[in-house]
Design a protein around this ligand. Structure first.
Ligand SMILES: [Zn+2]
Ligand SMILES: [Zn+2]
Length: 120
């Protein structure tokens, strides 16, 4: 059938920026990160006709935690009008429990850090 696959709705993700340092609340030192934009779009013959549902996501390269940034702020960061701050970052998943010294992810019942031995 000729029309199958010609029109459709797809989700797209693209990396719009990478950072040398992001204010990740998980990580002690400011790690590298990236700004990712996702959106849904309707296409005909692989030509996107319109798109909607834009989201901006910050991904921390070190702990792999994702953070949602508001659309307005995401656009400003993309164009370089505004800088990313700690307060813009809303965690997509609950933050994990981490060692305050070395940043290792801990199990909820750990009494000391398995990496550096710090008592918790
Ligand atoms: Zn992080
Ligand atoms: Zn530790």
């Amino acid at each position: 059938m000729f029309f199958i696959g010609v029109m459709g709705i797809d989700q797209k993700q693209k990396q719009v920026k990478s950072f040398e340092a992001i204010p990740c609340p998980n990580c002690k030192e400011e790690p590298r990160g990236r700004l990712i934009k996702t959106y849904s779009y309707f296409h005909v013959f692989f030509i996107p006709l319109f798109k909607w549902g834009e989201h901006y996501i910050i991904l921390c390269d070190q702990c792999q935690q994702g953070f949602e940034v508001s659309k307005e702020k995401g656009r400003q960061i993309e164009t370089g009008e505004a800088a990313l701050t700690y307060w813009d970052m809303k965690p997509l998943q609950p933050l994990q429990r981490r060692c305050p010294d070395c940043g290792k992810v801990l199990a909820s019942d750990d009494n000391y850090c398995p990496k550096c031995g710090r008592t918790l």
